[in-house]
Design a protein around this ligand. Structure first.
Ligand code: HEM
Length: 637
């Protein structure tokens, strides 16, 4: 009995190995036919098992004797494109490389010309939709569909992202940025207190902005709730939400939203009813949040529908109102349905807009602050530029029309662009070739074929491909870093004589009909990357619909913060406040303490970043402090 079991097991293992071997040989031949370099991988790096457990195995594999090492080992790290950037492409001498495993042909592309071909040939290079299924919690949507269904969703959602909405984003960002600053600097604004987890705060900030600009729900910050309630002059806003749980609900809106979005991965385990039965508290909480947020959205939908049909809603301000108006679900003049669109189409899109719109922006904001804390000189350049731009004008007088174009043309935009260059939230933008449909691409004057069934990653390494990012001749290899690998926002500043307004109009769309927000990727006043070489928002038809939304939001926060404050690394781990105060200003001792904090930040940024949906510090934080300008603790010559 035991021996037949052993023979059976050996048989299965042999069959499995032979099967995998044959698959890898087949995939290798297909990938090689492309003419690009190919690396053979032992398994699919993007399988759920490997993604969930690689931090356990990878360090062990890295201990293998050196002669076993090779590119395959580097590529086993799913975040390699962020961690080592362009190096693997440099190593194989090509801007496109294939990695094949028994179950997958994967192509990584860091060539701007080919990226542009892929993003502009939407039908030839569709998104691999399997990956996006988990986004359909509330209904199909613009992110998780392809072909005619995507067209329908894009046409439904795109018009909401107009300038009226951008104006609302600007004003709402100013409002919440001031709340955020109060949280960070204390009620009297003196600052100089350690912000231990800036990532969580920026995530909240982005959630609250999109809550209002997306759904007309103004969320009150926990630290301001008391004050808000006590203010006798405050007008009662039915959509102003705080911690009180309304009748018929089990969670307040703010909590439902945060819990759902911060734990989105658990929603994949099954429907919310299933999660509610889990023995784990986190699953039950997420299950409740899924149901609760759905209920809030339902109520909001009914309220908005009533507003639209009675003609009360302000045209084009919040995204959800525009979505309902534009959907034709209700014609405001006749109150009659004139579309096949379902409520689930609207709720599905509302959810992904919320999801896509908060984490990405929050990361960009968070990492910009960290980079600026480490790079004092660039921060100073930003502050001086803001002084010129804002001329001491109080925030209450800032307008979208006046201030945004100026911010978009200066150092604030340069910082944003540089952060997104180095830390693109989605490091590999997924595309594919369909079964039975290999696709030609042109590199220079040569044609190559991407085999059928290839997963393609538009790779963030293109942002560090020296071919596209000119560097000053004297700046390479300082501290062992190439210029392309360092945070240097000044690279975006080029001298043009164009007035800001004209610069803003410099816009081209791949398809007028499906276009998202108006405006170019970057300002015409700044360095203009080669098309396809700068893709934080992707490019072409499936590019980010919320690009301008995010840009407006980020620049508004920069302006609010850096008009009066500086950001610094907190050094609590290395010295107490009293110890720092006792060290001479600008002296060696202070510099040493600061350097320790800077080295720690650098280490965490390089080593501990990981993607679930977007790239973030996983399990670590880089504490920072906000101090009034002129009161910086760490200024060195
Ligand atoms: C810095 C901030 C942001 C970055 C870096 C970013 C990046 C991206 C990228 C790379 C894609 C393509 C994803 C793919 O092909 O799978 C995308 C798509 C999308 N983004 Fe963003 N995004 C940002 C902010 C926003 C905001 C604020 C919103 C909405 C308020 C938004 C809504 C969307 C939507 C709806 C899509 C899908 C578009 C389509 O497939 O037609 N994003 N974004």
């Amino acid at each position: 009995m035991a021996s037949s079991l052993a023979v059976g097991t050996i048989g299965v293992v042999i069959w499995f190995l032979v099967h995998r071997y044959r698959n890898v040989v087949r995939n290798l031949a297909a990938a090689k036919s492309s003419g690009f370099p190919v690396v053979v991988m032992p398994w699919n790096v993007y399988s759920v098992f490997w993604l969930a457990t690689y931090p356990l195995w990878l360090p062990l594999l890295q201990k293998l004797p050196v002669f076993c090492h090779g590119l395959w080992l580097q590529l086993l790290d799913p975040e390699w494109a962020y961690r080592v950037g362009y190096k693997p492409f440099e190593q194989v001498g090509s801007d496109i490389l294939f990695a094949v495993s028994p179950s997958r042909i994967q192509a990584f592309v860091a060539d701007a010309e080919v990226i542009t071909q892929i993003t502009t040939r939407r039908n030839d290079f569709p998104k691999p939709l399997k990956m996006y299924r988990r986004l359909d919690i509330y209904g199909k949507n613009v992110v998780s569909t392809e072909g005619p269904a995507w067209r329908m969703h894009r046409k439904l959602t795109a018009p909401s992202f107009g300038d009226k909405n951008n104006e609302l984003v600007f004003l709402e960002s100013l409002h919440h940025a001031q709340s955020l600053l109060r949280l960070w600097t204390g009620p009297n604004g003196s600052g100089n207190k350690t912000v231990n987890d800036p990532a969580t705060d920026t995530m909240r900030f982005a959630l609250y902005v999109i809550s209002r600009a997306g759904f007309d729900v103004r969320v009150v910050w926990p630290h301001e709730e008391k004050e808000q309630r006590a203010r006798s002059d405050s007008v009662v806003d039915p959509l102003l939400v705080g911690s009180k749980i309304p009748p018929g609900h089990k969670m307040n809106y703010r909590e439902a939203l945060s819990v759902l979005l911060e734990n989105i991965m658990w929603t994949q385990m099954g429907p919310p009813e299933y999660l509610l039965k889990s023995p784990f508290k986190i699953h039950r909480t997420v299950g409740t949040a899924v149901i609760e947020w759905g209920k809030y959205m339902d109520e909001l939908y009914e309220a908005k529908k009533a507003e639209v049909s009675s003609g009360q809603s302000a045209e084009g301000m919040d995204l959800f109102g525009s979505l309902i108006r534009g959907s034709g679900i209700l014609d405001s003049s006749t109150n009659v349905r004139k579309t096949d669109l379902q409520k689930s189409d609207l709720l599905g899109n509302a959810f992904v807009i919320m999801l896509a719109g908060h984490e990405t922006t929050a990361n960009a904001l968070h990492f910009s602050l960290v980079y600026l804390a480490v790079n004092r000189k660039s921060q100073k350049n930003l502050q001086e530029d803001l002084d010129r731009t804002l001329q001491g004008k109080p925030i209450s007088e800032w307008t979208f029309e006046e201030e945004f174009p100026r911010l978009f043309n200066g150092m604030a935009a340069a910082v944003m662009n540089e952060t997104l260059r180095l830390l693109q939230p989605i490091i590999n933008i997924p595309k594919s070739t369909a079964p039975g449909r290999p696709q030609p691409v042109t590199v220079g004057n040569r044609t190559h074929i991407f085999p059928e069934n290839t997963h393609i990653s538009l790779c963030c390494a293109v942002h560090r491909n020296p071919k596209y990012w000119p560097s000053p001749s004297d700046s390479n290899h300082k501290d062992g870093l190439h210029d392309v690998d360092r945070f240097r926002p000044e690279r975006w500043l080029v001298d043009t004589k164009e007035p800001p307004a004209a610069a803003m109009e410099n816009t081209k769309f791949d398809d007028e009909d499906l276009r998202g927000p108006s405006g170019a990727d970057t300002s015409a006043h700044l360095f203009k990357p080669v098309k396809g070489s700068y893709i934080p928002f992707s490019d072409g038809y499936r590019s980010c619909i919320g690009r301008r939304f995010a840009q407006v939001e980020i620049l508004a926060v920069f302006a609010v913060i850096f008009q009066h404050y500086s950001v610094e690394l907190a050094v609590d781990e290395f010295a107490t406040d009293a110890e720092v105060d006792a060290m001479p200003k600008g002296g060696k001792e202070r510099q040493e303490v600061w350097q320790k904090a800077a080295d720690r930040a650098d280490h965490l940024l390089r080593r501990t970043m990981g993607s679930i949906i977007t790239l973030q510090l996983r399990g670590n934080t880089i504490p920072i402090r906000f101090v009034r300008r002129g009161k910086e603790r760490f200024v060195f010559q």
